[in-house]
Design a protein around this ligand. Sequence first.
Ligand code: HEM
Length: 400
Amino acid sequence: MASLVVSGYQEANETLRMPDLRQALYDEGAILMEKVLVNLHGQEHRSRRNIETRVFRRDFFHWYEREVFPVTLRETLAPYLEQGAADLVDFGFRAMMNLTADFSGVDRPLRTPEETARLLTILRTFGKAATLGQALGDKEAIRAEIRAALDEFDMAFFRPSMSRRRRLLDEHAAGRCSEAELPRDVLTELMRHEAEHPLSHDVLMKEIGFFLLAGAFTSIHTLTHAMHEIFVWREQHPQDAARYEEDMLFLQRSIHESMRLHPSSPTAGRRPVCPVHLPGGGAAEPEDVVSVDLMSANRDTGVFGPDAAQYNPHRPAPEGASPYGLSFGMGMHACIGLNLAAGMLPRRDTDAARHQWGTVTLIARDLLRCGARPDPQRPGVVDRSTVRNNWASYPLLLGR
Ligand code: HEM
């Protein structure tokens, strides 16, 4: 078995679009990930993705960003504002988990901090499935922990969420409930299409658990990196400080720039389903693993300029590439939540009053408006136990 690494931007881009390469990053996390969307291939993947994509429509984001999200965000931010301080990682977990739960279809009927904390603990344990491949320590013990978290998720959150949707779908079928009264989330869509795409209870429960994980974990770390880059730039370039709060297009561009430098997964992993030729030259066999180095591809000086490894919110839009590089993947597994998290790319004629910003920019805007700044007494701590260099904690002060 050979391990082949692809690292240039163009080669990485083309490799991710190859239909004969299947997912290989989550083999060790099979206990949660085996039959979830990101691990499927071919027709099975297409058919499930087509159903789930219905939730992620543009008109919906527009409404969601204006009507639903501000309320959730205000609710989550309020206790921290009262204290005048927050840990950005902890706040990010709460904000993003509540948001992703809305989209996934996980009800939190009590809306209490205890309920959020319970779901957060479950989610953090699910997170171990995605990184089980790199885990040191006793993997069987970690699997047992994940199994217990799955049981708790199933009984406490998934079954009640499913029962409520079953009732509503029955009412809808009987003409007693309108389309607008149905929840708009992945679970509802999968349940309404169960005749054409049947899923066992176990697979459906894991799919929804995976959605929570895919949406929340990535966005949390993205938010923390982006805020850190903003704080450092603001300190070194005081002339831009006010712009972060007044110019939303500038803020969104600076978030995309940070997304490019800090992809939530530094690599994508693929395995050929048949012998293939890779775009950069070289061949791969079904027993080989192809590792696409997203971190290097996103710092390709030929695409992003000679200072590609640096954060520069004034970077001109790259030719033939997204400003966030390959951080949301490419090809069949490209992130389904891209528009939700990153918003639309602005064009020359973009009207800021109607633009869709993405949740990371919206949260950053609210934090900056609340006077968020690093706590000088307690600097943030980077988690060095993985190659991801995510922040383990990031204490903030709030209020002017
Ligand atoms: C900053 C935030 C996010 C980042 C950086 C991110 C990144 C990614 C990447 C790199 C992939 C491709 C994985 C691969 O090629 O193997 C992916 C796939 C996926 N993402 Fe995201 N994601 C983000 C937010 C979200 C959100 C908010 C959701 C859902 C609410 C979501 C749901 C998914 C799903 C379901 C897939 C699998 C798609 C498929 O296999 O067809 N992501 N994401």
